[in-house]
Each structure stands twice: as structure tokens, then as C-alpha cells.
Ligand binder design. Structure first.
Ligand SMILES: *Cc1c(COP(=O)(O)O)cnc(C)c1O
Length: 369
């Protein structure tokens, strides 16, 4: 990986391929694979990740919102795209851009059927989401008859898949709850398929689901975080390779004495002589204020330099006392040797949040060897 000249998020497509092959090795060869590329591919680069996944032959891509799907179509991505969270305002766009909606409530189902009819659609692919305990989006078991009645003789749409989502797939203490969700989904889908009169594909597992409940892979799995190199588990993390590395360079070094303060509101007071480095990234780049005041650190020449004082909009200051470094040297926020999960944990959050927070101001650099 070459030298950087400014704050850069490097995206390693070779690592992405490695993670894909690892996750595939955990499921049956015939099981379909859906790659979740929502939120700019977990804050990385949605287009290059989607192109790579298409090249690797994934069966589906998923985004949260319709506009993310349209960006993929603008980039001539041809793989089927599931929109996990469509809203009625997006239905025209969904059909115009060949995106496939998740239908999760009576209102959404009825309104989508109307739009599909008005646009003269025939057997337009839709995905039916069932709630089995997450209580976020999805039809309940009691809706099965309503949904099946609306869909079984529909000319406009065809059910491509039935799916549900686990609430705590990474937490083995919640195993009884997860197994209960899986059983509920089995029961609902059996009943629904009987009423529908044909057999759509079924899917339930996210990354931690693939690793902890492979017996519930049905005909497809959906993976996001695992593709990006994090598995919600130390053992799995050691097998995966982080795709995104956030790097920056030291803009300025200061030497301060006892009782001097650093940054806004004078939040850090020096107890003695310290060496500090100012780095060109701040909360506008996704490093939220919760990472300030020692909660997180960066790596400079392999040594940990904690963030001191408050995170500013465009900058952070780190303590580099005892680190042999100078202006222009590289600092690593997260990457292969500095887990985003650890960075996040310092501020009581998770890898998903820090990865997706890296703002569009930060330069993206695609790497593939
Ligand atoms: C985001 C999302 C996923 C991906 O989950 P990971 O834990 O990142 O693998 C899968 N399914 C649904 C419904 C999601 O919203």
C-alpha cells in the first residue's frame, strides 16, 4: 500500500474477496449469497465493492434505501438488488430502476401493488419480510392470510423471496431466542408457501447468523459486516481481513509544558512536558466527540497515541510523547493491525458504527493486488 498524502480510507478488494470466500466456505455450495452494500458498503465504497461482488458472482445485492440502489444502477450494476427499507415515495423509482422491494406491512404491500398495476408490471419480483422477534420491520404471523390472499393470484408481482432477521445472532446467550425465531420463520414460511401456491427462496441469516446458525441458511444468506472483515467474535475476526483502513498524516507537532491545555474548552491539561500531534480529521470526517479525551487512540510507528482533549470538526490532537515521529508521518486510525472494533469499543460502540460514520469528505482509495 503506497504512501498517502492526506486523510484516506483505503479499500482493499483482495481482502473483500478473501472474506467472501471465507463466508462461502461456511455454507453449502448451492446456497445463494446476498451481499449487503447499504450505507456506502458499510462506509467504504459502494460502487467498487458492488462491482467486485458482481464479478465474484453473488446472487443478490442489498441496500437499505431506494436511492442507494439507483446509484448502483447508474454504475451499470446488473445483479438483482433488494431494497430492505422502501417507502411509498420510492415505489416509482424502485420499478423504474429495476430494484426489488422488501414488502413489510399491509400499507406498503397494498400501495406497492397499486403502483405496480398502474405501471403495467407483470410478475415484478418482491420480497416478503416477516417479523419473528426483532420488532423492527415485517409482517407478523397473524398477517399470513392477508398477505397470501393479496399475492397468490396477483399478475403484477411475484414473490421472489420470504425472509426474516435475527435479533441477536452474535450473542450465544440468546441462543434459545434465536432458535425460537428460526422455528417461527419455518412455521410461517411453510404456511405462507402453502397458501401462495409456489415456492420462493427463503433467507434469514446475517453474518453472525451464518457463523452461529448455519443449519438455518435455507436457500440464501445475507452478509454485510463479515464481508468488510469483522465477525462480532475474536476467533472469526482472526480469519477475516479488514477491508477499510483509515489513515492520515501528522500536520503539526507541538511541545507543551505542565498546566498547558489542548483544544477547545481546554479539555486536556498537561501534567508535565508532552509532545502532541495534530491530525487532519475530526467529527466532520466521522470521528465523533465520543472518541475524544482518551477514549480512542491512533497508531503511529506501531505505537498507540491517545486522542487528547475534545475532537474538533476537522482535527484531533493525539499524545505522541515518547514516539519518535515528525510532521508528515503516517497515523493509522483503524485497519488490519488496528481493529475498528477496538477503536469503537473505547467509546462503547461497535465496528458497524465507526465504519459507516466515515464521511464522504474522506478520500477513498481502492487497492487490489
Ligand atoms: C444490514 C442487514 C444485514 C447485514 O447484517 P450483518 O450483520 O452486517 O451481516 C442483513 N439483513 C438485514 C435485514 C439487514 O438490515
Amino acid at each position: 500500500m503506497g504512501k498517502i498524502g492526506e486523510t484516506t480510507l483505503q479499500i482493499d478488494l483482495t481482502a473483500l474477496e478473501h472474506n467472501y470466500r471465507y463466508l462461502r466456505s461456511k455454507i453449502a455450495p448451492k446456497t445463494k449469497f446476498l451481499a449487503v452494500v447499504k450505507a456506502f458498503a458499510y462506509g467504504s465504497d459502494m460502487i467498487s465493492v458492488a462491482q467486485k461482488m458482481e464479478q465474484l458472482g453473488v446472487d443478490y445485492l442489498a441496500v437499505a434505501y431506494a436511492k442507494e440502489g439507483s446509484l448502483l444502477r447508474d454504475a451499470v450494476i446488473k445483479t438483482p438488488i433488494l431494497v430492505l427499507h422502501p417507502l411509498p415515495a420510492n415505489f416509482d423509482e424502485i420499478i423504474d430502476r429495476c430494484l426489488e422491494p422488501s414488502l413489510y406491512s399491509r400499507k406498503i404491500l397494498v400501495e406497492f401493488l397499486e403502483v405496480a398495476k398502474a405501471k403495467n408490471q407483470k410478475a415484478y419480483p418482491v420480497h416478503i419480510k416477516f417479523n419473528t422477534g426483532l420488532n423492527r420491520l415485517g409482517f407478523n404471523e397473524a398477517d399470513v392470510d392477508f398477505v397470501a390472499d393479496k399475492l397468490k393470484d396477483s399478475q403484477e408481482v411475484k414473490v421472489a423471496s420470504l425472509f426474516s432477521h435475527l435479533a441477536a445472532s452474535e450473542d450465544l446467550e440468546e441462543k434459545p431466542f434465536s432458535l425460537d425465531q428460526i422455528n417461527t420463520f419455518k412455521k410461517i414460511s411453510k404456511n405462507f408457501i402453502k397458501k401462495l401456491g409456489y415456492v420462493p427462496i427463503r433467507h434469514m441469516l446475517n453474518t453472525s447468523g451464518i457463523l452461529n446458525y448455519p443449519e438455518a441458511q435455507f436457500e440464501m444468506v445475507r452478509s454485510g459486516i463479515g464481508l468488510y472483515g469483522y465477525g462480532n467474535d475474536a476467533e472469526v475476526d482472526s480469519q477475516l481481513k479488514p477491508v477499510a483502513s483509515l489513515k492520515t498524516i501528522i500536520s503539526q507537532i507541538h511541545h507543551i509544558e505542565a498546566n498547558e491545555t489542548v483544544g477547545y474548552n481546554r479539555a486536556f491539561t498537561s501534567k508535565g512536558s508532552r509532545k502532541t500531534a495534530t491530525l487532519p480529521l475530526g467529527h466532520a470526517d466521522g470521528i465523533g466527540r465520543q472518541y475524544g479525551n482518551g477514549k480512542a487512540s491512533v497508531l503511529i510507528h506501531g505505537k498507540k497515541a491517545p486522542i487528547i482533549g475534545n475532537v474538533c470538526m476537522d482535527m484531533i490532537m493525539v499524545d505522541v510523547t515518547g514516539i519518535d515521529c515528525e510532521e508528515g508521518n503516517e497515523a493509522i486510525v483503524f485497519g488490519p493491525n488496528k481493529s475498528a472494533e477496538d477503536f469503537a469499543a473505547g467509546a462503547q460502540t461497535i465496528s458497524y458504527e465507526i465504519l459507516t460514520a466515515i464521511s464522504q469528505r474522506v478520500k477513498r482509495e481502492i487497492i487490489e493486488d
